[in-house]
Write a protein that binds this ligand. Structure first.
Ligand SMILES: Cc1cc2nc3c(=O)[nH]c(=O)nc-3n(C[C@H](O)[C@H](O)[C@H](O)COP(=O)(O)OP(=O)(O)OC[C@H]3O[C@@H](n4cnc5c(N)ncnc54)[C@H](O)[C@@H]3O)c2cc1C
Length: 451
């Protein structure tokens, strides 16, 4: 055991074995792995504070680690040091049906919260495909299939407990649903990717589970037609809870992965929720609008198991694509554009993809104007990585020209640092000032978010 591990052992549970270091040194993306020197597993905010006080004094980098499902190298310890695994902060502190809030420790996963709130008729809707931790989701400002109706993490975080570099514990926000008390510091921590402090506890908004829920699948002749239909549904005020695009390549991959036999064409997967009368009316409107865009099929079902299976299928899209080329890694674009610009942006991305020999599929939270082109890569093949990066650049440039953003939900990590400069170059000096204020010795997840 190294001196570092021996010192930390006085403060917290420690593992510097091979498999722990490997697990905490890589993600699912094509970014090269880099191991931490040690992994620690705090069980309380006080233990997190003790680790940060020690690390700040000794100038040792600290990388918070939730479920490790982020996709831009966020959790990769570029400069070694301590990987701070938060999964043992796993207590659901309170569920308050009368306030529609829950307070959880940072390592609780979204599925654990869903299991705890479901019996009370409540749910926490933000659902990145993976079973991420709520601390990690706040740290990346995650969103997912239900954002079209409920918003992403920033709309759901009311209060945070955060341990700052140096070990000071602060609280930002409040349990009230609104506050005008000063700067929105809680909002600043949401999306800070472990570069400003460690979130140890969160108070989150919950929602009542809708009385009646129906899912629908519509097949289209093209991804552009599917996107136009999505835009029409949104503009018409149809109460969509989810509105997801899957292209033909992704459907083929999912058929193989999940043993399904969907006709291979682009699809919109939809969900509508509300009172039964409202849902029935909206479903008919949706049927008409998708027919106007040439939909070749429209199937709806209310059975809870069928609904769950359909969304499990959607959430498996990345894994199904990766399974097409075993051993491959993914590079995933994540642009978001105004919904009116989506058909044009998707057409541009599809053409750009067709012009290369890269293998990739397109999926999107198209109700939010957000879509992903996932390229399958051999990370050791420098030439195909370079071509994928070039294609990624083209997709981002197009999205920025349309008034959009380089990342709708995955965040910056280090994979999108150059895009942050392209998108918000004028803000970078402010970013540097904020980083310096919260983390003067630069120990918190160095090399991420702040170019
Ligand atoms: C199959 C698949 C599908 C996905 N789909 C989506 C999607 O639809 N929408 C979406 O938003 N994302 C998606 N993602 C990405 C990922 O799930 C999200 O970014 C998620 O929010 C990461 O949570 P995590 O617990 O895994 O965090 P990690 O990956 O462990 O960490 C993410 C970042 O947050 C920091 N961090 C973690 N915990 C804390 C904490 N407690 N305090 C401070 N910093 C912390 C880390 O240092 C790191 O910078 C997907 C990923 C996969 C693999």
């Amino acid at each position: 055991m190294s001196n570092l591990a021996a010192d930390l052992k006085e403060l917290v549970a420690v593992n510097d074995g091979e498999s722990a270091l490997e697990q905490h040194g890589a993600d699912l993306s094509y970014h090269p792995a880099a191991r931490p020197d040690v992994v620690v597993y705090p069980e309380s905010a006080a233990e997190v504070a003790a680790v940060l006080e020690y690390a700040d004094r000794e100038r040792i980098p600290v990388v918070p680690f939730g479920a490790g499902t982020s996709l831009e190298g966020h959790v990769i310890p570029l400069r070694g040091g301590i990987s701070l695994d938060l999964t043992r902060l796993s207590r659901i502190v309170a569920i308050r049906p009368e306030d529609l809030t829950a307070t959880v420790e940072a390592g609780v996963t979204r599925k654990q919260l869903e299991a705890a709130t479901g019996p009370q008729g409540l749910w926490f809707p933000v659902d990145p495909g993976a079973d991420a931790t709520l601390g990690g989701m706040a740290a990346t400002n995650a969103s997912g299939t239900t954002t079209v109706r409920y918003g992403g993490m920033r709309a759901h975080v009311l209060e945070l407990e955060v341990v700052l570099a140096g070990g000071r514990v602060v609280r930002a926000g409040s349990r009230a649903v609104k506050t005008s008390a000063g700067y929105h510091v809680a909002g600043l921590f949401v999306g800070s990717e472990g570069t400003l402090g460690v979130i140890t506890e969160l108070t989150l908004r919950l929602h009542p589970i809708p009385e009646h829920i129906v899912v629908a699948r519509a097949a289209f002749p093209s991804v552009e037609a599917a996107c136009r239909a999505a835009g029409t549904l949104i503009a018409a005020g149809v109460q969509l809870t989810r509105c997801e695009l899957l292209d033909a390549m992704t459907i083929a991959a999912l058929n193989a992965f999940a043993g399904k036999d969907y006709p291979v064409s682009p699809y919109l997967f939809l969900e509508l929720g509300g009172t039964e009368a409202a849902v029935v009316g909206d479903l008919e409107t949706a049927r008409e609008f998708v027919a106007d865009e040439g939909a070749t099929s429209f199937e709806a079902e209310a059975d809870p198991t069928a609904r769950a299976q359909m969304w499990a299928m959607r959430h498996n899209a990345l894994m199904a694509s990766l399974a097409l080329a075993p051993g491959s890694k993914a590079m995933t674009t994540d642009v978001a554009v105004p919904v009116s610009e989506l058909p044009g942006a998707i057409e541009h991305a599809r053409r750009a993809l067709e012009e290369t020999d890269l293998r990739g599929g397109i999926v999107g939270h198209v109700g939010d104007g957000n879509f992903h082109v996932a390229f399958l890569l051999d990370p050791d093949d420098a030439e195909s990585v370079a071509r994928a990066k070039e294609l990624n650049n083209r997709v981002v440039e197009d999205a920025l020209a349309r008034g959009g953003t380089s990342t709708g939900e995955h965040g910056i990590g280090f994979g999108k640092l150059a895009y942050l400069e392209q998108e918000h170059g004028d803000l970078i000096p402010l970013y540097r000032g904020i980083k310096e204020l919260f983390d003067p010795h630069g120990i918190m997840n160095p090399g991420k978010v702040v170019p």
